[in-house]
Write a protein that binds this ligand. Structure first.
Ligand SMILES: [Zn+2]
Length: 306
């Protein structure tokens, strides 16, 4: 993968709240990247209980903040306009966000006849106050439908490399593209529809969650296929190349955060009833489907078998 050094990093698409801490929050269900208990993707336990009707954790919180606190982007904007900007993890990630949103700005009207509405990515460290409640880094990256924002503590990538062995750089845009996939589902009403289905059919809540997650993986694949066609505001290409190896890294990451892989790694017996994000095999398959077709319409996980 090669980024275009001449592409402008648009830091207005992120909200840098690192170092600002976090407070209380309210309602909505955050959608993390991978399922599992404890550590890297721990919040899923609270989310699971909420989804199956127990009303616990973040989802049970009412009232409180609206997650509208703003970070200070000044130093990030400075850093990312410097010559060596693309050597910096946060600037590269901002550029990935730029590419993903540039893709959907075109694809959403083209493919689904809907206007794309931009969503910022919040960079935070340790804890953050969101429209879905107070979250800490242990949850991994997530999308919050209540405030339409993607949240990530960038140290997550180090965990991904150290704890899961997903080391490639392309794991990063894959992660972000998956989260923006949830934003797209939010814009299309897919997410809200799925929540209503879960309420009507609580026994199938986890299976429905898997469909939503695999669709986000497929959307990430569709972005990856089209990413070399994305450009900054001035029309400068963002990526000069994406290789087979990059795609292999994204697939490797998708496999490593499969529910069965996470359960195995935590030493628990593999229990399909607890799956919320799909198996390694399913995650690989759906990312690949999005990539091979390059068409988000092909990501119809809700009809037919997975
Ligand atoms: Zn997800």
């Amino acid at each position: 993968m090669e980024l275009n050094e001449n592409a402008r990093v648009d830091t207005s698409q992120v909200d840098d709240r690192r170092g600002s801490g976090g407070g209380g929050g309210l309602g909505g269900i955050p959608i993390p990247l991978g399922g599992g208990r404890g550590g890297i993707v721990g919040i899923i336990v609270a989310v699971l209980v909420a989804l199956v009707g127990g009303g616990f954790g973040l989802n049970a919180m009412t009232g409180g903040g609206d997650g509208t606190e703003q970070g200070d982007n000044t130093s990030l904007a400075q850093k990312c306009s410097a010559e060596d900007a693309l050597k910096q993890l946060d600037c590269r990630n901002t550029l990935y966000v730029n590419s993903i949103q540039a893709y959907w700005r075109t694809a959403l009207p083209e493919v689904f006849g809907e206007q794309y509405q931009a969503s910022k990515t919040v960079f935070f460290s340790q804890g953050v106050n969101t429209g879905c409640g107070q979250a800490d880094s242990g949850v991994g990256p997530f999308y919050c439908p209540a405030d339409d924002l993607v949240y990530i503590d960038l140290t997550f990538y180090q965990q991904l490399a150290d704890q899961l062995g997903a080391k490639g750089e392309f794991a990063q845009p894959y992660v972000l593209a998956h989260e923006y996939g949830h934003h797209v589902q939010d814009l299309l009403g897919t997410e809200a529809q799925m929540r209503r289905q879960q309420q009507r059919d609580p026994n199938n809540a986890n299976a429905l969650s898997v469909k939503l997650e695999l669709q986000a993986d497929c959307y990430a694949g569709a972005w990856a296929k089209n990413a070399t066609g994305t450009a900054d505001e001035k029309g400068q290409k963002i990526f000069t190349s994406i290789t087979e190896q990059d795609i292999a890294q994204a697939i490797d990451t998708a496999e490593k955060i499969g529910d069965d892989a996470i359960q195995q790694r935590s030493g628990r017996p593999v229990n399909p009833d607890e799956f919320t994000h799909g198996t390694s095999e399913q995650r690989r398959q759906w990312f690949t489907k999005g990539y091979d077709t390059g068409d988000p319409k092909s990501c119809d996980t809700f009809n037919g078998s997975l």
